[in-house]
Design a protein around this ligand. Structure first.
Ligand SMILES: Cc1cc2nc3c(=O)[nH]c(=O)nc-3n(C[C@H](O)[C@H](O)[C@H](O)COP(=O)(O)OP(=O)(O)OC[C@H]3O[C@@H](n4cnc5c(N)ncnc54)[C@H](O)[C@@H]3O)c2cc1C
Length: 320
């Protein structure tokens, strides 16, 4: 039996692993079978993670986090968690190949999936002009034209933020009115750099290596137009990856896992959550990493308080 199992290999999971490993808790981290490394594997340059003044490529940053976690003794399983049994003192974690791992604590750090438009070129050009995060990528679009897709508060927030850099920001929305709050709407509508493109959906993303424009189709009359932009920010929401814990962990009205105050404590003793899966607001690599620290320390304190149940680590493949 393990002391700590960490589910997820993004900044939250790896940072929790670094702390737990350095505390001699011999963590087992389940990284996912194909999407290990988390959301930053889908991007190119990351300029806002502390410690990299020249910037760092997203996948390189995640490899460094992985190396750092392994250096202190984290064991990694490249498989998906398919089932979690979190009640009681011993938590059971089943992975895709059928192995069942047991632990006294679980840190759940599965992130949040940004909703996509569903276009083939969206994935191909992710990090090359297609983005889901203005805070992360806005500075790459100084004096350029960009489009923001969406009609809620987050779309308007992204659009307003992008006017700090871009010369023109098109707000593309498939309806003729916005879901966003009145205050956000007033601010965006008063901004001379923001132009609203109503009743329009993205049908094409042009560009071989970088975004070179987007093709829109009018939802009312089917007419097609092109926007001459080099950046497209998709702001249609995100879905915290919580399906494995439904019915076990409390979920907030925003779909994130509920935690106690500034801690990582969920409603179940010994179960902690970290990163974007608990965060409806900030959703940054550095905040996820900080959240991983909190979870590891919370797990460490929990284990110390339940020292009578502390166990010697067992080999990774503990099949039953
Ligand atoms: C394109 C893009 C660019 C970005 N650029 C920046 C940037 O420049 N700067 C910045 O600060 N932030 C950036 N972000 C945001 C940042 O990536 C996230 O805030 C951060 O990765 C969240 O970390 P996390 O560990 O909570 O979750 P994630 O990074 O999402 O990692 C979650 C991990 O859990 C794994 N997982 C999920 N379900 C299971 C399961 N059942 N079994 C096993 N594993 C599972 C996933 O595969 C993934 O590896 C960007 C996001 C995107 C999409």
């Amino acid at each position: 039996m393990r002391q700590v199992i960490i589910v997820g290999s993004g900044p939250a999971g790896y940072t929790a692993a670094i702390y737990a490993a350095r505390a001699n808790l011999h963590p087992l981290l389940i990284a996912s079978s194909v999407e290990f490394g988390g959301e930053l594997m889908k991007t190119t340059e990351v300029e806002n993670f502390p410690g990299f003044p020249e910037g760092v490529m997203g996948p390189d940053l995640m490899m460094k986090m992985q190396e750092q976690a392994e250096r202190f003794g984290t064991e990694i399983v490249y498989d998906d968690v398919t089932k979690l049994e979190l009640e009681g003192d011993v938590k059971r974690v089943t992975v895709g190949n059928g192995d069942v791992h047991e632990a006294l604590t679980v840190i759940y750090a599965t992130g949040s999936a940004y909703r996509k438009l569903g276009l083939e070129d969206e994935t191909r050009l992710s990090g090359y002009g297609v983005s889901w995060c203005a805070t992360c990528d806005g500075a790459f679009f100084k004096q350029k034209k960009v489009a923001v897709i969406g009609g809620g508060d987050s779309a308007l927030e992204e659009a307003t933020f992008l006017t700090r850099f871009a010369d023109r920001v098109y707000l593309v929305h498939r309806r003729d009115s916005l879901r966003a709050s009145a205050a956000m709407q007033d601010r965006a509508k008063a901004d001379p750099k923001i132009e609203f493109v109503w009743n329009s959906e993205v049908a094409h993303i042009y560009g071989d290596e970088k975004v070179a424009g987007i093709g829109l189709v009018n939802t009312e009359d089917g007419t097609e137009t092109t926007l001459d932009v080099t950046g497209m920010f998709v702001a249609i929401g995100s879905d915290p990856r919580t399906h494995l814990v439904h019915g076990q962990l409390d979920i907030t009205t925003l779909g994130t896992i509920a935690v106690e105050g500034r801690s990582s404590k969920t409603n179940l003793p010994g179960v902690f959550a970290a990163g974007d899966v608990i965060d409806p607001t900030y959703k940054q690599a550095a905040t996820a990493a900080g959240s991983g620290v909190v979870a590891a320390l919370d797990a460490e304190h929990y284990l110390a308080a339940h020292a009578d149940k502390t166990v010697t680590p067992q080999p990774v493949a503990a099949s039953v």
